[in-house]
Design a protein around this ligand. Structure first.
Ligand code: 4NP
Length: 161
């Protein structure tokens, strides 16, 4: 079982999008049983709130309706997950501040797995939910390719059940 948590600032746009998109990708590949996939925000500013409507509309447009309630990332989340995948440099800074620099070996920017490492820009600010969607899709697909290449043994759970 590979435990993955996606992290953004508010947990109402990018990280819930990444959570449902990655769940869909692993489901399509027949790998759903090998993963536990969640999301959280570095801030409590949106705690208890649903997915931001433009993000939900973008997911619905791609056949991924999703209900999610925002929550703040805790140190326990960092300890319990194998991969903490953040959206941008600010998230990375905030997560490392939460851990006092510990666990850096399992904290990555999502798009660091792509051939074009970059931030997933905050669509809450840019208004560009289509760009966030395509950056997250690229990051999620390249992350799964990385796991299949480097951690194939951890993905064998589905084949045994
Ligand atoms: P997210 O977007 O980090 O992708 O969920 C944001 C949502 C809310 C705020 C900032 C970013 N906010 O400042 O309330």
């Amino acid at each position: 079982m590979i435990n993955v948590i996606f992290v953004c600032l508010g947990n109402i746009c990018r990280s819930p999008m990444a959570e449902i998109m990655f769940k869909s990708i692993v489901q399509e590949r027949g790998l759903a049983l090998s993963f536990n996939i969640t999301s959280a925000g570095t801030s409590d500013c949106e705690e208890g709130n649903p997915v931001y409507p433009p993000a939900r509309r973008m997911l619905e447009k791609h056949g991924l309706p999703y209900e999610h309630i925002a929550r703040q990332l805790t140190k326990r989340d960092i300890i319990n997950n194998d991969y903490i995948l953040v959206m941008d440099s600010e998230n990375l800074f905030d997560v490392l501040r939460l851990t006092s620099g510990q666990y850096s070996e399992k904290i990555f920017k999502l798009c660091s797995f792509t051939s074009n490492p970059r931030d997933v820009a905050d669509p809450w600010i840019t208004g560009k939910f289509d760009i966030a969607y395509s950056d997250i899709l690229d990051g999620c697909e390249c992350f799964l390719e990385y796991l299949m290449r480097e951690k194939a043994d951890m993905l064998s759970y589905d084949k045994r059940h």
